[in-house]
Design a protein around this ligand. Structure first.
Ligand SMILES: [Zn+2]
Length: 197
């Protein structure tokens, strides 16, 4: 298929990548707001500066243009007929960066949702946003569950650590031949025993 854009148009397009407030992004925001979600925009303190961030749901959303982010199998992602190598390289670089940002966010405990521009056409908007909404809501449950799990891990670690330290103090006292056990350690180890039984 022919490349319909002039170099100037392309470069204007290019300068709009990940720019704030694109049309598709506005549709997503409007829909989210209508469905009761509140969010922050272009969070620079997160990897990749996600377009929309829902802290309560630990969810970061990217609204991607199909061409620039190389939407696989999408008819909007048509390789330009001229300068093919140049554009391919640009798109591949964007894709690599997207993958890196997503991995980075996930490593920080964020859930990442990518919405493609072609999924936001008037005929597909509602269907797409229904899916996005249910994913965001399920992220909230996952987030709460993971938080509780990590709290439990921390608690049991602290308990183990405390026990070990108490034992060390007791052993030290024994090896010194003394019977003086600090009251705080004694009562703590008694407590631990009490909880075990
Ligand atoms: Zn697409």
């Amino acid at each position: 298929m022919a490349d319909r854009m002039t170099p100037l148009q392309r470069s204007r397009c290019m300068s709009r990548i990940r720019s704030k407030d694109t049309g598709p992004e506005r549709s997503v925001r409007r829909e989210l707001y209508r469905r009761g979600f509140r969010y922050r925009l272009n969070c620079r303190n997160l990897p990749g500066t996600p377009d929309i961030v829902l802290h309560k749901y630990r969810t970061a959303i990217f609204v991607n243009g199909c061409f620039w982010h190389g939407h696989e199998g999408c008819k909007s992602y048509v390789r330009p007929s001229s300068n093919t190598g140049f554009w391919d390289q640009k798109v591949q670089r964007n894709k690599a960066r997207d993958a890196r940002d997503t991995a980075h966010l996930e490593a920080l405990g964020w859930f990442v949702i990518t919405i493609w521009e072609c999924e936001l056409s008037p005929s597909r908007l509602q269907e797409t946003m229904n899916k996005v909404e249910s994913e965001i809501r399920s992220n909230r449950f996952r987030y709460i569950k993971e938080k509780a799990a990590s709290r439990n891990r921390k608690d049991s670690f602290a308990k183990e650590d405390h026990l070990k330290r108490s034992e060390t103090v007791l052993k030290t006292e024994e090896s010194l031949g003394g019977t003086r056990i600090p009251g705080s350690v004694k009562s703590l180890s008694e407590n631990e025993e009490g909880q075990e039984s």
